[in-house]
Design a protein around this ligand. Structure first.
Ligand code: NDP
Ligand code: MG
Length: 411
């Protein structure tokens, strides 16, 4: 079998792991695995790596989504037979190419939304790591997937585990979905110190090596909150049927409990190559590079309920999942904007959750929202975050001036 793939976000953590998975699959005997032809790649600003990937994989098309980087990229791949598509539209174009049957969505943030929708509307297999579009527009994406006969296959490790565990029963036999989380870097930290955590502390995830945005999300637990909404749409289950458990060993990637009390889980060492490979070769299982699980060496597997005092984001995730529509879009967008501000050194770690809370409280929640309404909600939340920060800055400047005046007056 021959598969023709486009990798959106090939320069990222998921994208580079996926290319390694593809190397492994193409190295297997022909009767053991489908062959993968890399038809298209995309990068945003890491032009050097993107150019190296083009030299190695010789895709016919490349999208450079940051239009400012296109000229430099063109210079770097001069003489190679590759069609370059510039800007966000380029990303959408490679997602809907006729020559492509499988799209791996591995861009970070809602920037991947239009491309995911385009691939779905063309009825392709979409292996989806890029969770933010599902959080923002899960209803639209899953409805379109049904309408156009697209296959949506989860790459997120928890959702891949749930997807695999769901094959043990019928949809109406599912009692609940149990999403696991490692607990991130602050599981055992003193709650009083967490809001002041530095960028370095936040980026030191105990288990997973991932891109910066999802690593920050894992520290706030926003990642789990986003995953609740992702699961709600991917598996068509209400938020009431989803539970989150902290599992620091990160061996059980998630579970499904059935009405008879049976709990089915998927286990493995933490390694994204496994869920990526399964989404690419599904329904086949083929030999891969993931280390085999040695249960006899694992002394204990522990599970605990997340502490809402330490991780208020999880409750917010349930709230946004229940409200759905524009509330979920606002929740996602406020978080994206706040994480960007944190990584730029403009706000404290603790401000991320506060800003998201504020946007969620102030938004006009609307269910069954259209794409335009969701895009408006996304833009509103991003602007609201900027406004809040501007007001805070003006507020603290005013405070400083008043304090100086008071000092001068009294002394
Ligand atoms: P990275 O930051 O490592 O990579 C992001 C990719 O998206 C890069 O190729 C980057 O290009 C590209 N990109 C960045 N900004 C834009 C933009 N505005 N438009 C188009 N492309 C852009 O992220 P990850 O690989 O860690 O994560 C990707 C997605 O997968 C996220 O949604 C994340 O939540 C999800 N995910 C990731 C996991 C992981 O283990 N990493 C696990 C589960 C889910 P460039 O680098 O060239 O600028
Ligand atoms: Mg995950």
């Amino acid at each position: 079998m021959h598969r023709r793939i486009a990798i959106l976000g090939s320069t990222g953590s998921i994208g580079t792991t996926a290319l390694r998975v593809i190397d492994g699959l193409n190295g297997l005997p022909k009767d053991k695995s489908p062959r993968f032809e890399v038809v298209a790649l995309s990068g945003h600003s890491n032009i050097k790596l993107l150019a190296e990937q083009v030299r190695q994989y010789r895709p016919k098309y490349v999208a450079v989504s940051d239009a400012d980087c296109v000229e430099e990229f063109r210079r770097q791949v001069e003489g190679l037979d590759v069609k370059i598509l510039a800007g966000p539209e380029g990303l959408t174009k490679i997602a809907e190419l006729e020559q492509v049957d499988t799209v791996l969505a591995a861009v970070v943030g809602v920037a991947g939304l239009q491309a995911v929708l385009a691939a779905v509307r063309k009825g392709k297999r979409v292996a989806i790591a890029n969770k933010e579009p599902l959080v923002m527009a899960g209803q639209l994406i899953t409805t379109a997937a049904k309408k156009y006969g697209a296959e949506l296959l989860p790459v997120d490790s928890e959702h891949s585990a749930i997807f695999q565990s769901l094959s043990a029963g019928r949809h109406d036999e599912v009692a609940k979905i149990i999403l696991t989380t490692s607990g991130g870097p602050f599981r055992k930290a003193n709650p009083a110190g967490i809001p002041d955590a530095t960028i370095e502390q936040v980026l030191a995830h105990p288990v997973w090596r991932m891109g910066p945005k999802i690593t920050v999300d894992s520290a706030t637990m926003m990642n789990k909150a986003l995953e609740i909404i992702e699961a709600r749409w991917l598996f068509d289950v209400p938020a009431e049927k989803i539970e989150v458990l902290v599992h620091p060993e990160s061996i059980v990637h998630s579970m499904v409990e059935y009405v008879d009390g049976s709990v089915i889980a998927q286990l493995g060492y933490p390694d994204m190559s496994l869920p990526i490979q399964y989404a690419l070769t599904y329904p086949a299982r083929v030999p891969g590079s993931a280390k085999k699980l040695d249960l006899s060496r694992l002394k204990t597997l522990t599970f605990e309920k997340p502490n809402p005092e330490v991780f208020p984001a999880i409750e917010m995730g349930f709230e946004a999942a229940k409200k759905g529509g524009t509330a979920a879009a606002v929740f996602n967008a406020a978080n994206e904007a706040a994480v960007e501000q944190f990584l730029a050194g403009n706000i404290k770690f603790g401000n991320i959750v506060e800003l998201v809370r504020r946007c969620l409280d102030n938004c006009n929640a609307k269910t069954d929202a259209s794409l335009e309404e969701l895009l408006e909600a996304d833009a509103w939340a991003k602007k609201e975050v900027t406004e809040c920060l501007k007001n805070q800055r003006t507020g603290s400047k005013k405070q400083r001036t008043q304090n100086t005046q008071r000092k001068q007056l009294h002394g």
